[in-house]
Every structure is written in C-alpha cells, then in structure tokens.
Design a protein around this ligand. Sequence first.
Ligand code: AMZ
Length: 405
Amino acid sequence: MEIIPAIDIKNGKCVRLYQGDYAQETIYSSEPAIVARRWESAGAKRIHVVDLDGAASGKSENLAAIKLILDSVIIPLELGGGLRDKGTVQSFLEMGIDRIVLGTAAVEDHRLVKELCQRYGPKIVIGIDARNGLAASHGWGKSSSITARDLAIQMAGLGAHRIIYTDISRDGTLTSPNFKAIEELLDYVKIPVIASGGVASISHLKKLAGMGVEGVIVGKALYTGDIDLQKALNVLAKEKIMPHKFEVSKIDRLDSPERLKRLPQLEEIFAQLPLKPAQSVADIGCGTGTFSLPLAKHGISNVIVKKSNELDFGLDLQSLDGVFMTFVLHEQEDRVAFLKAIGGLLKKGGWVGFVEWVKKEMPEGPPFAERIDSTEARTLATDSGMKVLKEKTLGDKFYMMVLGK
Ligand code: AMZ
C-alpha cells in the first residue's frame, strides 16, 4: 500500500485546513517545494498536490508553486484543484504532472470524465469528496445529492482507473479514517481506491492496508509529527501487510496462519499463474479461503471466497479474471461437470488454476481413493474443454496445474 503525502497549496503556501474549511487554515510552510523534497527524501514514492485556491475558483491558481515542486522532486506528482477542462488537463500532463485528480468534474461533467479517461487512461484519477455520504464539489462548498458509492460506481463505468475517497468530516481532524465508508466503497467498486481523511497513526495505516486500499493520503499527521513518514514506510514494508477483500457471508473460517506456513512452495505455484494486480479472482475451496491471503499478497485484493460444495457458485464468472481452486476435485461427484461449469463460464482470457492432493499417503487430507493424480487431472481438464498450460508436482504433497480456455 502506498503512503502518499499531501501538499495543499493556498496563496502559494503549504497549508492544512480543518474539514476543508478555508477559514480554518494552518500554514506549515511558505515553500511547498521544500516540503515536497522533505517527503521525497523520507521515502515517498508519490506526492498528492492540491491547489486549494483552484478548487474554490474553478481554475488553476498556484501555477508557480506547482512548477517549483515539479522542478524540485523526481517522484511523480498527482494534482487536483480547478482542473475542469481538456486544455488545462493536457497542459499539466505535458508539464510533467503524472496524474490529474478530477473532483468537481466527476460530479458535474461526465462527458469530460469519459473523454479524459479514454484519452489518458490511468493518468486520470477521480477524487470523490464525501460529506455525510454525499459527494461534494467546488472546494467542498457545494453538496450534491449523489452518494460517494454511486458516484464511484458511475465513474468506474465511465472508464476511470482509480478513485481517491476523501471523508470531509475527518479531513484535517487527526481523529481516524471513516473505515466503514471505505469498506463499503471497496465492497462495491472494482477499481483501486485510495483513502484520505482523518489518518492519524501508523495503526490506522496498517488497518487500511489490511482492508485492501491501494494507497492512503496523509496530510496533517505528517505535519504535526503524529506520523513519521520514514518510520511508517518502514513499518509497512516490514509487516508485509496483505490486503484482502473477502465476501465473508459463506466463509466458515479462513485458513490458520499455521496451516498456511505448511503450504509448500507457494511462490512457485504463483509464479506459474498469470497473476496481475487488480485482477478479480475467485478462490473456490472447502470453505476456508486457503489461497486468498497469499493471493492478496500478490496485489490481488478482489478475492471472493466460495465453497466448492455449491455447484451453483453464485458468481458472475464472466467478470472474473481467474478462478483458483484448492483441494476441491476430490470432493466432486462429477469432476468433469464441475470443471465444465467453471471453464464454460470463464470469460475469454480467464484462467483456472488448481491445487490438489497427490496420490501419496498423507495423514491429512482426503482418503487415498478420492485423490487424483496428474494423468487423471490432465484428462479431466481436456475432457472439460480446457487447455493445460502448465502442471507440476511440488514436493511430495501437492499437484498443481494451470488451465486456460
Ligand atoms: O479542502 C478542501 N476544501 C478541498 C480539497 N482538498 N476542496 C477540494 N479539494 C481537493 C479534492 C480534489 O483533490 O480533494 O481538490 C480536488 C478537486 O478539485 P476540483 O476542482 O476538481 O473539484
């Protein structure tokens, strides 16, 4: 998870507002570029810059300060505030801004959003600033009647690649992020979410990382010293927090960390799967979600866990990039039908991977007679209309293969 320091500029200075109220400002530096350098040398990989005057007036107002930041750091910058037409967006991208944040345009001008997303792809980020659940605009002076959640869904539909969700009532308060609202957004929106507002401690960062947000914007806490950026980056890197997003309604339990440790050569298994961050994957197993956490470690946070005993998976497999199955074939009465059900529904380019018990005696696992071996698995796969891409026996425990349509 990325930690993104925020530099909000008002009258050329680096400030923090309380709940976005322009009358409640604290000036932290008259030289935003020097602040940017400080965050860069502390290890930031990106900086979030807001032109507050621009957000209020509707046109970019702090060009000199923005240019100076661009000249002072080499890490990419994302910029929001008053960027509401094609020409302005284009000129900032040409100037070297890496990502453009659209706030007001997201509420008011869907045609522009669509056009810009089509043209610039991931360079466009949608800023959704919510007050009491409803999206605000124009420097947060104006409220709309659309919920942050609905707006996020609409934006994803228009082709947006990511969303920054800011909770206005938490912003600048050093209280805590609105975890509930963020969780809800993650549940409903398939594209990556960056969270913002109220972050005050490293434990907040850890919790957000565990929820599966792509990044967190930190403002006030860095300026007051409540969060030491270098330390926070170190802690998160060391803990290797695995984001996960599960559909929990059908899960009895997730696998215990002890059992996960006993899974051999997991990395070797994953190295053979066409895994890409931001994919949507279903983990179909005996009910424990064995591979969900390890999959999430590979940046795949959209992992849905389902039990294998439901042939009617209740999944829209067309929307999935892949299905991962763990130790389920031995349970199936009709293995071919089971594989056909999955393979037939997978969208083009999707993949299926599975891990099974091998026909060797093991104290744990199903009875010997119910296990399959590599030859059987290969035949099953081809009989079900799938193509075997790779297969491997790992150690003396697991058989694994990857199938493509
Ligand atoms: O603090 C505020 N009052 C404020 C703020 N930080 N108002 C707007 N903004 C930010 C949004 C987004 O990054 O969070 O300005 C950007 C949106 O600007 P616009 O002009 O597209 O609405």
